[in-house]
Design a binder for this molecule. Structure first.
Ligand code: ATP
Length: 350
C-alpha cells in the first residue's frame, strides 16, 4: 500500500494540452474518486499513474519512489477497465492465476491466492467455468479478482461498473466498498456516476478541462463547492444560478429580492446566487416567480422546472402541492440555503 503523489503533471496529445498541471496527493488507503465531464483527462491521469502514458512535465510518485521512468509492470499498480477482457479459452481459475504465473510465483502460492480471492468475491463455485458461461456481474468480479490476486500497492479503476445494469451496479458498488475496507488498499476510481462518487469516495476530485477544480470529502464538496463549476457538476438536478446585486440588506436580481446573508463582505456588490433545487420550494408567496415548463414526479415529491425573469430554475415540490405545466408559481428558498459566488463563478464567497 502506498501514497500516490502527482506534482505538476502535464500531458499533451499532439498540439492539445489535456492535463494542465495537476497536483494531487492520494493518501495510503484512500478511495479517491475522479469525476468531471467527458474528455477532461480523467482516464489520461489514470494511464499516467499506471505508466501506460509518459508525463510531459511533473512527477509521479508511488510510495517513496519516483516512477516517471519505471515501466508499468514494475509500478505495482493494477488497473481495472470498463471493458474487462478475460481470456475466453481459460477458466475463471486460469484467468485469476494468469498474472501470477507470468510472474513465476510458486504454484502453491498461486493456488492459495486464487482460492482466497475467489472466496472474497464469491467466485469459488465458478472457478472451473469459462467466461462465456458467466453473467456480466460475475465477469466483472473476475476482472477485479485478477487485479486483487496481484496484491498491488495501488488499484486504478476506470468506470468498472458502467457496462452493468442498474441492479448489478448497486450490488457491485456495495462489494467494492467492502473490498476497500477489507484490503485497505489505495484506490483511484474514475466514474460518471454521481451516486458511485458520493457513496464510495473518501475524497472526490473534480476536474474540468484538465484542471483539478476541488478535492475533498464528498459532502464537503456538495455543501461547500469552491466555485460555480463544482457546484453545478455535483447534485441532480443541477444547482440554479441567478445573477444579483447587493442593495443594502438585500440581493436583487431580475424579478426577485432575497435577503442577503449577513456574512457577505460589505465590499461585494455583484454576485452569482446558487440555490440547489432541493433548497427551493414551490410555495405560496415566495420571492421568485415564474411559469412551470415541465414537471418531474418522483412519487413522494418532485421537481418543477420553472421559467423566471432571471432564467430557468428547478425547484422541489412536496406530495401535497399541486403543480402542472403552465401554472404560475412562486418559489421560496429554505433558510440559510444560499450559495454565493463571484460574478464570474470562479470562487465561492461563502
Ligand atoms: P471520458 O469521461 O469520456 O472517458 P476522460 O475525462 O477520461 O473522458 P480522457 O480519455 O483522458 O478523458 O481524454 C482526454 C482528451 O484527450 C480527449 O479529448 C481525448 O480525445 C484525448 N486523448 C486521449 N488519449 C489520446 C491519445 N492517445 N491520442 C490523442 N488524443 C488522446
Amino acid at each position: 500500500m502506498a501514497d500516490v503523489i502527482l506534482n505538476g503533471i502535464k500531458k499533451s496529445f499532439g498540439a492539445n494540452l489535456i492535463v494542465k498541471g495537476v497536483d494531487l496527493h492520494v493518501k495510503q488507503g484512500e478511495f479517491l474518486v475522479m469525476v468531471g465531464p467527458s474528455g477532461c483527462g480523467k482516464t489520461t491521469l489514470l494511464r499516467l499513474i499506471a505508466g501506460l502514458e509518459q508525463v510531459d512535465a511533473g512527477e509521479v510518485r508511488i510510495g517513496e519512489t519516483r516512477v516517471n521512468d519505471v515501466p508499468p509492470r514494475d509500478r505495482d499498480v493494477a488497473m481495472v477497465f470498463q471493458s474487462y477482457a478475460l481470456y475466453p479459452h481459460m477458466t475463471v481459475r486460469e484467468n485469476l492465476a494468469f498474472g501470477l504465473s507470468l510472474r513465476k510465483l510458486p504454484s502453491a502460492e498461486i493456488a492459495s491466492r486464487v482460492e482466497e480471492v475467489a472466496g472474497m468475491l464469491e467466485l469459488s463455485h465458478l472457478l472451473e467455468r469459462k467466461p462465456k458461461a458467466l453473467s456480466g456481474g460475475q465477469r466483472q468480479r473476475v476482472a477485479m479478482g485478477r487485479a486483487i490476486v496481484r496484491r498491488p500497492k495501488v488499484f486504478l479503476f476506470d468506470e468498472p461498473l458502467s457496462n452493468l445494469d442498474t441492479a448489478l451496479r448497486v450490488q457491485m458498488r456495495g462489494e467494492l466498498a467492502r473490498l476497500h475496507r477489507r484490503l485497505g488498499a489505495t484506490m483511484i476510481y474514475v466514474t460518471h456516476d454521481q451516486v458511485e462518487a458520493m457513496t464510495l469516495a473518501t475524497r472526490v476530485a473534480v476536474f474540468n478541462g484538465g484542471v483539478l477544480q476541488q478535492v475533498g470529502p464528498p459532502l464537503e464538496l456538495y455543501h461547500r463547492p469552491a466555485n460555480r463549476f463544482v457546484a453545478g457538476f455535483l447534485g441532480s438536478p443541477s444547482m440554479n444560478f441567478l445573477e444579483a446585486r447587493r442593495d443594502g440588506a438585500n440581493l436583487v436580481g431580475k424579478g426577485f429580492t432575497l435577503l442577503c446573508p449577513p456574512d457577505l463582505s460589505p465590499e461585494t456588490s455583484r454576485v452569482l446566487v446558487g440555490l440547489r433545487p432541493q433548497d427551493l420550494r414551490v410555495a405560496p408567496l415566495g420571492p421568485l416567480s415564474g411559469t412551470v415548463d415541465a414537471v418531474e414526479r418522483l412519487g413522494f415529491d418532485g421537481y418543477a422546472f420553472v421559467t423566471t425573469e432571471a432564467g430557468p430554475v428547478a425547484a422541489r415540490f412536496d406530495k401535497g402541492t399541486q403543480v402542472s405545466v403552465g401554472d404560475r408559481v412562486t418559489l421560496s428558498p429554505v433558510a440559510d440555503a444560499l450559495h454565493l459566488f463571484t460574478e464570474d463563478g470562479a470562487r465561492a464567497l461563502r
